[in-house]
Ligand binder design. Sequence first.
Ligand SMILES: CC(C)(COP(=O)(O)OP(=O)(O)OC[C@H]1O[C@@H](n2cnc3c(N)ncnc32)[C@H](O)[C@@H]1OP(=O)(O)O)[C@@H](O)C(=O)NCCC(=O)NCCS
Length: 432
Amino acid sequence: MADLSGNYEIRRFDAVSKGKDGYAEAETWSRAVSFGFHESTRTPEHVAKTLETYEADRRVLTGAYQTGPVAPSSLPADVPVATFGTMRNTLNVGFGHLVEAHLVTAVTVRTSHRRRGLLRRMMSEDLQLAKDDGVAVAALTASEGTIYGRFGYGVASFERNIKVDTTARFSLPHQPAGTVEVADPKALLQLAPEVFDRVHRLTPGSVGRQDWYRQLASGSLGRDGKEDPAIKVALHYGPAGTVDGYVSYKFLGWDTEPYTVEVVDLLAGTNDAYLELWQFLGAIDLVERVSWTEAPLDDPLAWALDDPRCIDSSDSRDMLWLRILDVPKALAGRHYPAGGRLALKVLDPLGLTAGTYALSVDGGQAAVERLPETAEADLTLDVSALSSMYVGGVSPVTLAAAGKVREHTAGSALKARQMFAVERATHCLTHF
Ligand SMILES: CC(C)(COP(=O)(O)OP(=O)(O)OC[C@H]1O[C@@H](n2cnc3c(N)ncnc32)[C@H](O)[C@@H]1OP(=O)(O)O)[C@@H](O)C(=O)NCCC(=O)NCCS
């Protein structure tokens, strides 16, 4: 394919809210993103609210702009033909360890400019910049599964849809340790980030949330840019009276049968909070089903219910994708539940991390050393596979069976599985 990427200029600028310098450029950029994701044109008010949350997230907006003449009557040159957004937040890499992650979002290329290398150019430049900036890992969520492996990203967490039958069949025997009370949804504007912080520290694979989440959960700013009056909220209080979980939900109306409540956001900072919020959901009168589109695959709910078949699950899918940018820094940022030494030969399609590394773990702490090219490795793997196993969402043994990890020393995939294990199921409740 001809490389036409020289006909474009790449510009990077900060997201700013209305009234500030640079708003017009950010607004035009944001409209290009909506176009790329086939959304209706957003109202100026919706764009303004969106950019306010982007500013709070400290997003950096990247656009590719045409440098040559623009076809008459077509979109003008100040509308980017490609968009790419980034922000920084923390990633839980297991055992409560948080590392800084470079989050990639809003990747679009206008149809008439696609397959000319624009994504490749923006991604390659951006990952290099993030690495130069000292960030050890990049992350994204993907619209399609075939796009990002070529850039070294690997699937690191999964999610699924569930529909839970909450008729008389629903029985969740658990002695409550706390209580659940219905609250004014707006209480979540303040409480949601506090509860999320607990969940974030508890859950491997969790990514720090953007500002919009508290607005979504509280019904203040729905996906359509408006208040959502249908949102209802219940809070979970732990034994000491502290809010340590919540569910934000809405009833889908009397025309939807079976009568259904849809979970908008469910956060539980303790095991008890999770079970007790489900007891609450299962007890809502006149409702026969509770649906949730962000449920974990490895779900305690299935084991807590008397009848696990109350859960009808579908559409298990990849959620978080990770891309290690600096192997020694990323691996040293983790805690390891098993000691040992592994020599890992890492292949990298973008050349950012290629090399052989010795990972030596003693007392949970890792020392990572770069070995000479000629050094013998226990495992050879692409950086995408290493990124997949990094937060414990996928077993190296499974990756070996899939041909994504090559084992040179017998038993080393199992050893990697033990070393890279995390303390509880990997799950990410942050879409970005
Ligand atoms: C996905 C998208 C951003 C690709 O942009 P693009 O500029 O056409 O991509 P490039 O020309 O840089 O292609 C880079 C590589 O990815 C491949 N690729 C691009 N899009 C792909 C897709 N949807 N599926 C599989 N491969 C894809 C190209 O074949 C090319 O491969 P190669 O360099 O190994 O030969 C663009 O098609 C798009 O905007 N899609 C709609 C919005 C979307 O899905 N965004 C992703 C959000 S997560």
